[in-house]
Design a protein around this ligand. Sequence first.
Ligand code: AP5
Length: 216
Amino acid sequence: MKIVFLGPPGAGKGTQAVDLALEFGIAHISTGDMLRAEIKAGTELGKLAQSYIDAGNLVPDEVAVDIIRHRLKKDDAKNGYILDGFPRTVPQAEMLEEMLKDMGTALDRAIYLEASEEVIIERLSGRRICRECGKIYHTTNMPSRSPGICDLCGGETYQRPDDQPDAIRQRLQVYQEKTADLIQWYADRDLLTTVAADIAREDTYKELSELFEQLK
Ligand code: AP5
């Protein structure tokens, strides 16, 4: 099963992908998570990516494509995967299509998680993430049991620098300018399914889980 998750920042792509990947035994591949890991490790790639990410801009296409090209060759991607945050531009989608063709395969579905701008801003502003294990929380929608402490590993939770108001505004603008076109791009290829994401997390999950069952 090879799935792409599309949708604006804060739609809940990461939240849903983590649980679905676990239930269906496939890999969750998030370019955002991989770039943040490079920043944390202080690598050259992390240094390059940080200024783009903190300002709410996209890293160059070649950087994102290169990361995915290496990641898809890893063993845990053999059973299938959810691509979360990739592709982000039409050139990235074209390069992914080409890359998969070279590997003798193709995407099964692009799933668009649809949510209004009002909901997205509220979600991004309250998001907190565990520094150690990456578990995603929200200060009011999905708080950890003790404020600032991860339920799973006891790590400290923090607010992403790009979840500050200026960066959120920039990310939403970049999404409209560069990423939103992908919805039509995948619809033109008969690969698009739209799922409501501005409802309760469990309701979106149920719909996604049923769809994944059909695609298995
Ligand atoms: P990335 O990490 O991919 O960020 P994003 O796409 O902006 O997505 P988010 O992680 O912000 O949102 P999400 O939809 O996963 O929402 P979440 O589940 O966390 O990318 C970051 C940056 O990296 C980019 O800006 C760019 O610079 C760079 N980058 C990454 N990929 C790239 C690429 N391919 N090309 C170029 N650059 C790239 O949920 C959000 C909040 O809402 C959480 O607090 C959660 O608890 C809450 N929530 C979720 N669902 C619900 C619900 N149903 N009800 C209530 N609350 C909910």
